[in-house]
Write a protein that binds this ligand. Sequence first.
Ligand code: URA
Ligand code: SF4
Length: 207
Amino acid sequence: MKPQETLDQVAAEVSVCTLCPLHHSRKNAVPGAGPANAKIMFIGEGPGFHENEQGLPFVGAAGKFLDELLASIGLTRAEVFITNVVKCRPPGNRDPEPQELEACDPYLERQIQAINPAVIVTLGRFSMGKFMPNAKISQVHGQPRQVNGRLVVPMFHPAAALHQASLKPVVQADFARLPGLIAQAETTSPPPEEEKDDSTPQQLSFF
Ligand code: URA
Ligand code: SF4
């Protein structure tokens, strides 16, 4: 399947998914948005009120700040893929439960495999937890780490910076490092490609 077809397929499945209890209260599932060839992927926590209404990620206040952060490094939404660790809104914006994260993770995995981004930015502790289970966000924010051959950069959630003003310059400074990290990831360590059928080269080697 082509990457875009995989993303469309995931979105279709998510829109009718009943794999965890979050499906009971959702209005619209939020699969994520962005181009299949994005070099950078942002992974947040879960849809909030406005996202649940519109079926799109980061369209509320945190999304506005995210747009500003993207603009500050010369990026627009048209160039990045944005999604969440759970695709349906936790009621009252409560934290996602471990079994909800687990049930929803295969969708995120398929999106990552399809897009194959050079860099993944995690927004908040739940998406960081997927890649760095024991890390503390206050200690590791902004520091890239190689996870399964891919560069992952943990960041504070934009909503956290809206609630705690002192975090705003921290998030802005972490974002400012991204262009360099993307360039570095693209030149020094190409992200893993999907498994290829290697029978042809093996056969050729016999001749
Ligand atoms: N917060 C998130 O983590 N994700 C969204 O899509 C919106 C707000
Ligand atoms: Fe399915 Fe994920 Fe929604 Fe749960 S949060 S119902 S696993 S799409």
